[in-house]
Design a protein around this ligand. Structure first.
Ligand code: ATR
Length: 271
């Protein structure tokens, strides 16, 4: 039996075991997938111990360990380098730790699943933490026309734009905002505390899609979604689809099998 796990602190709330067991069933894989709370002062030792087991194939990593997972890895994919954070680990044939970040692939897949053609779109990204960094390249690769980054601390948005090194990516202040973004993505951690990032009402009112990267525990709207809806945004989505799609990308890295995601998203929406 192939062995997997997700590491975080806290971790009790994680849907990853459910998601990966559903993938395994549909792909005829026999797996164990645990959720493991790593101690804050012992993440690295916990990971080393996990990978010491012969049946271990890989693991996911979530808050607050994604940066430390990146630091531990010998090999990092481009998304990890940009995000400075990893959500997926695996050992290669030489026994070296390889890190991946599938969050951005997950976001783009979810947007596409929901009928959005990103080609030529103008995107506003709210927030400039690790979550924002992770989605920059996948959005560019999907053919967007421009990516504006608005953050409470503008220097952090400017640092991302500098690292992206692409004329399509710009850090903006409130005065530089456009009136017609196609998509506004909330990557801030404000939703986790039930608060809103500051963004002019008109920006949300005029956008086609307001996307919150977090998902709501009770399948209702997040604070950001409810706010956007009230202002008249055409459509709102939470990050549940992104969660399932980033998991599918990790499952593919580990097993070479592409699980179908629609039934898993539907199951979690109705749970
Ligand atoms: P993550 O890895 O989830 O992105 P992070 O690196 O701590 O977490 O980044 C959190 C982001 O949310 C930051 O951009 C933060 O803004 P600052 O850079 O100014 O700190 C943003 N954020 C958190 N709470 C916010 C709030 N109440 N309003 C606006 N932005 C907020």
């Amino acid at each position: 039996m192939k062995k997997f796990a997700v590491f975080g602190n806290p971790i009790a709330q994680s849907l990853s075991p459910t998601i990966h067991q559903m993938f395994a069933k549909s792909c005829a894989e026999d797996i164990s997938y645990e959720k493991i709370e790593a101690p804050l002062d012992g993440f690295e030792a916990t990971i080393d111990n996990f990978f010491a087991a012969s049946q271990t194939v890989g693991c996911n990593v979530t808050v607050p360990f994604k940066e430390r997972a990146c630091a531990m890895a010998k090999h990092k994919d481009d998304a990890v380098v940009m995000a400075r954070a990893a959500n997926t680990l695996m050992r290669n044939d030489e026994g070296e730790l390889c890190a991946f970040n599938t969050d951005g692939i997950g976001l783009v897949a979810d947007l596409t699943n929901n009928g959005l053609d990103l080609q030529g779109t103008k995107v506003l990204l709210l927030g400039a933490g690790g979550a924002a960094r992770g989605v920059v390249h996948p959005l560019l690769n999907a053919g967007i026309e421009s990516l504006h980054i608005l953050n409470r601390t503008i220097e952090k948005a400017q640092a991302i734009a500098e690292d992206a090194n692409n004329p399509k990516v710009t850090a903006v202040n409130h005065k530089q905002l456009l009136a017609d973004y196609d998509v506004v993505i909330n990557s801030t951690s404000a939703s986790l505390s039930g608060t809103l990032p500051t963004v002019p009402d008109a920006v949300l009112a005029n956008c086609h899609l307001a996307y919150d990267m977090v998902y709501s525990k009770d399948n209702g709207a997040t604070v950001f979604m409810a706010h956007a809806e009230q202002l008249g945004a055409a459509k709102q989505l939470d990050g549940l689809g992104m969660l399932v799609e980033q998991a599918a990308a990790a499952f593919y890295i580990w097993t070479g099998k592409q699980p179908s995601t629609a039934s898993v998203i539907e199951y979690l929406r109705n749970r």
